[in-house]
Design a protein around this ligand. Structure first.
Ligand SMILES: [Zn+2]
Length: 117
């Protein structure tokens, strides 16, 4: 895998380590979202959404949900066994999920904390 410098996270635009792959996806390691793979199609569609962000406030909800989903998958220990793959089909599923509330996030954190004791 070739590594690219100065790449932004496809989800949140944070500077992220980015690797190419042979398939139609990019592997990224974002300090905010975590590790994930994103399909070329979804990456292009997210880029389009962000360009229309001023008109489309929904885009921030999409970003929050995607970023949250990746963080969750990383926390659940899917990495490095399986890096979560974001595809357009996956996006539809993620968008159907409610935005995790602060309480839920706190509970999840406590759950993880108790597991590591
Ligand atoms: Zn990110």
């Amino acid at each position: 895998m070739a590594k690219f410098e100065n790449f932004k996270c496809a989800i949140c635009d944070e500077h992220a380590e980015t690797f190419s792959s042979n398939g139609d996806y990019t592997h990224q390691d974002c300090p905010r979202c975590g590790k994930f793979k994103i399909s070329g199609t979804l990456e292009a569609s997210l880029h389009m959404r962000k360009q229309n962000a001023q008109k489309d406030h929904e885009v921030w909800v999409v970003i929050a949900k995607l970023s949250g989903w990746v963080r969750n998958m990383n926390m659940l220990g899917e990495v490095p066994i399986k890096v979560p793959m974001l595809s357009s089909q996956e996006l539809d599923k993620i968008l159907e999920m409610p935005i995790p509330g602060i309480l839920e996030r706190a509970n999840r954190f406590l759950e993880l904390a108790s597991r590591s004791i």
